[in-house]
Design a protein around this ligand. Structure first.
Ligand code: PLP
Length: 390
């Protein structure tokens, strides 16, 4: 059975990040949560156990991570999964064939692919809308709509969805609001506090923060949702192993420190890029020129480390991503190291070209995941690559 988790509410974020969900190991007093690398647990007699029977259902290392991230999101229940997409898969399994979902159109490419190529075939219906436009959301809702899905800021266009307004819309429609909070992390944005029903993460990114595991997380407050998610987590079984949970748990301890540095570096770099003659446009919610900067200031407490830039020509985008030296050309984001990516051919290659164009995702758009290195070195690296790209 699912265990509700109540963290000391007076503790602040950085303290919770280090301590929430973790108790000294009862056997040896180990300060750090052990890796319970086991598939099963001894039973002292029939029906007599310590609350653990089989590791798909529950594992102490996984539970520590689930409680830790739930506490950071201001939630009571966390459910860990083998990947962010496995977390999405579990959330969509709360629905039934014939149900309708309204989703932002500019969601993570793999999320869009799962919805349109797997769930649509199995009987869910999807309508994709411009998530910056509340009227578009409202117009897409039908009596069969059971779930509204939003990612904010979006990948890679850095568009925002007004979570408080969307939560009101979802409530009026008796639909669940599900928010992918991977980009902002709970350090900068807490969707449950803004009215969302479910928060979802790819822990692969900022929560783990060191690019050395793949994982997902779902956080809720409602008992009924927790009960159903626990059933899906155990019944479908896409659970992470204890070592990956332990890595993520080590990652979240420094989440506050890391996010402050990602944010400080990205603010400097975004501002610098707006003045660079080789850059046509910079997408970053922290810039006053961002069309939703006011909303960003209202629903986020910082802007994070993701920046997209428009270089105007495919050849220049290619030359740029191949010439950076500190920024590695790679998929993914959210690690301590800086990465550069080309969404049209990498993360969003599975999104049809016409849909990419509709959302402004050109073939000359480049995405930066700004790491925690010294910002002067990062700026120098970007500058030499921009100049070399012609
Ligand atoms: C990476 C990512 C996902 C998918 O997570 P995986 O861990 O790769 O399965 C979902 N949403 C966003 C915003 C992501 O960046």
């Amino acid at each position: 059975m699912t265990k509700a988790f109540a963290e000391d509410a007076s503790r602040r974020f950085g303290t919770r990040a280090v301590h929430a969900g973790q108790v000294p190991d009862p056997l040896a007093g180990a300060v750090m949560t052990p890796i319970y690398q086991t598939s099963t647990y001894v039973q002292e007699g029939l029906g007599l156990n310590k609350g653990y029977e089989y590791a798909r259902t529950s594992n102490p290392t996984r539970e520590a991570l689930e409680r830790n991230i739930a506490a950071l999101e201001g939630g009571r229940y966390g459910f860990a999964f083998a990947s962010g997409l496995a977390a999405l898969d579990a959330v969509l399994k709360l629905l039934s064939a014939g149900d309708h979902v309204v989703s932002g159109e500019n969601v993570y490419g793999g999320s869009h692919r799962q919805m349109t190529h797997i769930w649509a075939r199995l009987g869910l219906a999807f309508t994709f809308v411009d998530a910056t436009d509340q009227d578009a959301f409202a117009a897409a809702v039908t009596p069969r709509t059971k779930l509204i899905y939003a990612e904010t800021p979006t990948n890679p266009m850095m568009q925002l969805c007004d979570l408080a307004a969307t939560a009101q819309l979802a409530r009026r429609a008796s639909a669940l609001l599900v928010v992918d909070n991977t980009f902002a992390t709970p350090y900068f944005q807490r969707p449950l506090e803004l009215g969302a029903d479910i928060v979802l993460h790819s822990t692969t990114k900022y929560l783990n923060g060191h690019s050395d595991m793949v994982g997902g997380m779902v956080v809720v407050n409602r008992d009924d949702l927790a009960e159903r998610l626990a059933f899906v987590q155990n019944g479908s079984g896409a659970v992470p192993g204890p070592f990956d949970c332990w890595l993520a748990l080590r990652g979240t301890k420094t989440l506050a420190l890391r996010m402050r540095q990602h944010d400080a570096n990205a603010r400097r770099i975004a501002e610098w890029l707006t003045r660079h003659p080789k850059v046509e446009r910079v997408y970053y919610p922290g810039l006053p020129s961002h069309p939703q900067h006011e909303l960003a200031c209202r629903q986020m407490t910082g802007f994070g480390g993701m920046i997209s830039l428009e270089l105007g020509a495919v050849a220049r985008a290619r030359a740029f991503v191949e010439r950076t030296r500190i920024f590695s050309l790679a998929e993914s984001l959210g690690g301590v190291e800086s990465l550069v990516g080309h969404p049209a051919s990498m993360t969003h290659a599975s999104v049809p070209p016409e849909r990419r164009r509709a959302m402004g995702l050109t073939d000359s758009l480049v995405r930066l995941s700004v790491g925690i290195e010294d910002v002067e070195d990062l700026i120098a690296d970007l500058d030499q690559a921009l100049v070399a790209a012609g």
